[in-house]
Design a protein around this ligand. Structure first.
Ligand SMILES: C[S@@+](CC[C@H](N)C(=O)[O-])C[C@H]1O[C@@H](n2cnc3c(N)ncnc32)[C@H](O)[C@@H]1O
Length: 292
């Protein structure tokens, strides 16, 4: 079941997204516009779910989607030392691949995301599991307080927003949602030293489960410190479909650690993979665990 919180409950999809946009103007004092990460922004949802189901894996590890999700769930449990019955927030949860995996391991999970298409898949795939719930929420507007033992933000899901203060607000919301002593984990496949040394792959073509190819082309803007990119699907007959372009602020380990300290996190540790190796300039993943 998807629960849309508070005032949004009895409204149509369109009214609901309009209302959210109006609310956002009040919160962040910026003009209303459709942004790429929104429900109807043209990147997440249908396109993202198909594109994520790659046969090639990502980075240099050949893993299909199930193998990748399993490796990440095991990594979350390992790096956060999670125990059964602990309460976890997965934000943003996408179509629920980590929330559901963690629930299968006995954790109690709340998954939040802004995209109804992905939340519908999450609900469908979690049928029969009583310890996972999904909610439609904007991560900039989360209002949880001292509720969770751990919060996870997995797979390049931090830094979507145009303003630095919006991204910072998300981190503040996570801090507020954690119990004292609780842990926050942020994972991305962008490790800035690799971007600067030219080792990060800015363009590639992946084979998808549905027989299409996915062409990814990205660039790094040194001034805005954002990765800008676009996905192009190549159908079997050669025709192409493009997503909206995306733009994500990417933080180095030291920048992200500073943000964590500013919101109040105490112990901040960097890892270079899900097995828990230390973060180095060559690490393909960057995983940061911060303790409240
Ligand atoms: C890269 S995906 C990762 C999802 C999930 N962590 C995973 O690894 O499968 C990022 C997700 O962020 C969601 N999202 C984008 N903006 C959001 C917002 N403002 N609030 C909540 N979710 C948002 C998108 O709908 C998408 O599902």
């Amino acid at each position: 079941m998807i629960v849309i919180l508070g005032m949004l409950k009895s409204m149509s999809k369109e009214e609901c997204s309009n209302l959210q946009e109006k609310e956002l103007i009040n919160v962040f004092d910026k003009p209303m516009k459709q942004e790429w990460w929104m429900e109807y922004g043209g990147f997440f949802g249908h396109y993202y779910v198909k594109g994520d189901n790659s046969l090639d894996g990502y980075l240099s590890t050949p893993q299909n989607l199930n193998e990748r999700s399993q490796c990440e769930v095991e990594g979350l449990i390992r790096l956060l030392a999670l125990q059964p019955n602990q309460r976890i927030l997965d934000s943003p949860c996408g179509y629920g691949r980590h929330s559901i995996g963690l629930a299968h391991q006995g954790l109690t999970v709340v998954g939040v995301d802004i995209n109804s298409h992905e939340l519908n898949i999450a609900n469908k795939n979690s049928q029969g599991l009583e310890n996972v719930q999904f909610f439609k929420q904007d991560m900039r507007l989360l209002k949880y307080e001292n509720e969770f033992d751990a919060i996870v933000n997995v797979f390049f899901s931090f830094g979507f927003f145009e303003l630095e203060e919006e991204n910072f607000q998300v981190l503040q919301n996570f801090y507020q949602a954690l119990k004292p002593g609780g842990k926050f984990l942020m994972h991305t496949d962008v490790n800035i030293p690799r971007v600067l040394s030219g080792e990060y792959k800015f363009s590639e073509i992946r084979s998808l489960q549905n027989g299409k190819k996915l062409e990814i082309s990205e660039n790094y803007d040194h001034v805005t410190k954002r990765i800008n990119g676009q996905w192009i699907f190549i159908n079997q007959d050669g025709t192409k479909e493009e997503t909206s372009p995306y733009s994500v602020r990417v933080y180095s380990f030291s920048e992200f650690s500073d943000l964590c300290q500013q919101v109040g996190f105490k112990i901040i540790t960097g890892y270079g993979n899900w097995q828990g190796s230390p973060l180095t300039n060559c690490s393909e993943d960057m995983i940061i665990v911060a303790e409240k």
